[in-house]
Design a protein around this ligand. Structure first.
Ligand code: NAP
Length: 334
């Protein structure tokens, strides 16, 4: 399928380009960015661009939208301009997006393929309701993606309450997100809007599909989000209350979690690995960035605590989107 990457010069866009290199199903035909980048070679704008894309001319969003000429779009544009762009494209083609613009629409799934693949059925609700040939599938914000992969194997123990404190990497704020002066030698315990997203997106993702909408999970999620001087890889300290289960049961559930192996998706990697002491610099690239690493599991009063770390640009953004597209194709929605 001919693919476009929107926002191809940004941090998530670059990750899409790298992951789609040599992809057996999706072939990049258009690299889209702002007027600032339009008309220039991709290799001029992105110093470590893969060889095969270096000479492609970046097109402006306006020019691309006037005649999209692709079969599928991967979106890494800012949310402020994504809503209209995604709706226009979805009239014709599937759109897999990292922007939050449609995440909270009733007929749009927030999808983490290993966690809630059944929510993909909303695509057909969406098509019918909106009269589109295409559709929109979103993935969650980066820290929610990493968190929900670690929560999925724990559903069988009855989740009652989750408290989480994140330590998020600088690249989560985009290419020009934070000045060196702000983040060097520092921790910033405020990421605008992030806590609301973690609390609400994870309840939608872990919710159940009832008719034509998702009923969010009823447990409480409470988050505090911090930015730390790590380049890539978000780490999260999780405190979870469960209805039943022991440390041994939970560790075994983490270790055996491998739900989509049989679908043989081209980018699929084991989603979760248990390691005693997870750390972003050591573990973010596990499974080409798609595997999250969980560890430090212990009982803590009436709850359990553990640490999870994962690559924000791969598992938390572009890699999750590519897996979503592969799942949609495998399940026959494309
Ligand atoms: P970024 O590094 O700032 O990149 C933004 C991209 O959008 C660039 O390619 C930029 O092109 C393009 N762009 C900006 N304004 C535009 C306009 N008016 N018209 C056309 N193109 C425009 O941002 P990012 O971190 O990659 O994030 C991209 C999206 O993914 C955002 O919606 C973000 O919230 C979401 N997301 C990010 C992460 C993460 O870890 N960073 C994780 C999950 C989701 P130019 O280079 O030409 O300016």
């Amino acid at each position: 399928m001919r693919a476009a990457v929107l926002g191809a010069t940004g941090l998530v866009g670059r990750t899409f380009v790298r992951l789609l290199q040599g992809h057996p199903w999706f072939k990049i035909e258009a690299l889209v960015a702002s007027e600032r980048s339009a008309g220039r070679r991709y290799g001029e704008l992105v110093e470590d661009a893969p060889e095969e894309f270096k000479d492609i001319e970046v097109v402006s969003l306006g020019e691309f939208l006037s005649e999209p000429n692709v079969d599928i779009a991967f979106n890494a544009l800012p949310a402020s301009i994504s809503r209209e762009v995604e709706e226009k494209l979805a009239e014709q083609i599937p759109v897999f997006t990292n922007a939050r613009s449609h995440r909270y629409d009733d007929d749009v799934p927030i999808l983490v393929p290993e966690v809630n693949p059944e929510h993909m059925k909303l695509i057909e609700v969406q098509r019918e309701k909106r009269g589109w040939d295409g559709f929109i599938v979103t993935n969650p914000n980066c820290s929610t993606a990493i968190l929900t992969v670690s929560l999925a194997p724990l559903r069988e123990f009855g989740i009652r309450r989750i408290h989480v404190a994140t330590m998020q990497a600088i690249s989560g704020a985009g290419f020009s997100g934070l000045s060196a002066f702000t983040i060097q030698d520092n921790v910033i315990p405020l990421i605008e809007g992030e806590e609301w997203k973690i609390e609400n997106e994870s309840r939608k993702i872990l919710g159940s599909l009832e008719g034509d909408r998702i009923k969010p999970a009823s447990f409480e999620v409470s988050a505090i989000a911090t930015r730390v001087p790590v380049l890539h890889g978000h780490t999260e300290a999780v405190f979870i209350e469960l209805e039943r289960g022991s440390v041994e049961d939970i560790r075994e559930a983490f270790r055996s979690f491998d739900p989509l192996r049989k679908l043989d998706l081209p980018s699929y990697e084991r989603p979760l690995v248990y390691t005693d002491v997870p750390q972003p610099r050591l573990h973010r690239d596990r499974g080409r960035g798609l595997t999250v690493t969980v560890g430090r599991l212990e009982e803590s009063g009436s709850a359990f605590k553990y640490v999870v770390t994962g690559h924000n640009l791969v598992r938390g953004a572009a890699g999750g989107s590519v897996l979503n597209a592969e799942l949609a194709k495998r399940l026959g929605h494309i």
